[in-house]
Design a protein around this ligand. Structure first.
Ligand code: AP5
Length: 216
């Protein structure tokens, strides 16, 4: 099963991808995470991508397609992939179709999460994570049980993404509407698209996605 999670910044793609991994032999491929790792490692790719991400624009197609091509080569014994934040343009979607076809596979299902703009901004602006184990928290929805201490690893340092500021979020939303939204039609025409209400609670969204995966 190869699954694409589609939706605007803050829709819950990463959150739902992690839940979907539980009890399934799937591999999560998040181009956002891969690019942030390259930025943190200070590679040439990271330097190029970091500046673009800081502006809230999309990194060039060739660059992210290259990252995904490398990782799908390492698939091993997994039953499939959860593509989180990829593809984001028609060119990326066509490249993914080609990559999977070479491996005798295809995109099976695409889930689009629909969330109001105001909620997206609130979700993104309040998000932070443990610097040590990357456990995610939120100023409104999920604070650590003990103030300043990570529930999971006991870490005491927390970080916010540099692109989670109001100005960059606006640019990210603009890029989503202009370059990524056309993928809804692309996958709908292929009969692969299912829409879920991303405004619901995290567990309700997860169960709606579970149902959508079983639907023919
Ligand atoms: P990326 O890292 O992919 O960011 P994004 O798409 O902007 O998405 P986010 O990670 O912000 O949100 P999400 O949908 O995963 O939501 P999350 O689960 O975290 O990309 C970053 C940048 O990298 C891009 O701007 C671009 O520059 C570049 N890039 C990446 N991929 C690229 C590509 N393919 N091509 C070109 N450039 C690329 O949830 C958000 C918050 O909401 C969390 O706090 C969470 O706890 C909370 N939350 C989640 N669900 C719910 C819910 N149902 N109710 C209440 N709160 C919720």
């Amino acid at each position: 099963m190869n699954l694409v999670l589609l939706g605007p910044p803050g829709a819950g793609k990463g959150t739902q991808a992690k839940l979907l991994l539980k009890g399934r032999n799937l591999v999560q491929l998040s181009t956002g995470d891969m690019l942030r790792a390259a930025v943190a490692a200070g590679t040439e790719l990271g330097r190029e991508a970091g500046a673009i991400m800081g502006r809230g624009e999309l990194v060039p197609d060739a660059l992210v397609i290259g990252l995904i091509a490398e990782r799908t080569d390492e698939g091993g014994k997994a039953d499939g992939y959860i593509f989180d934040g990829f593809p984001r343009t028609i060119a990326q979607a066509e490249a993914l179709d080609g990559l999977l076809e070479e491996r005798g596979s295809k995109v099976d299902r695409v889930i689009v999460m629909e969330v109001d703009d105001d909620a997206l901004v609130e979700r993104i602006a309040g998000r932070f994570a443990c610097a040590k184990c990357e456990e995610g928290y939120h100023d409104t929805f999920r604070l650590p049980k003990v103030d300043g201490i990570c529930d999971k690893c006991g870490g005491t340092e927390f970080v916010r993404r540099p692109d989670d500021n109001a100005e960059t979020v606006r640019a990210r939303l603009k890029a989503y509407r202009a370059q990524t939204k056309p993928l809804i039609g692309y996958y709908r025409r292929q009969g692969k698209l299912r829409a879920v209400d991303g405004m619901a609670d995290i567990s309700e969204v997860a169960s709606a996605i579970g149902q959508a995966l079983d639907m023919r």
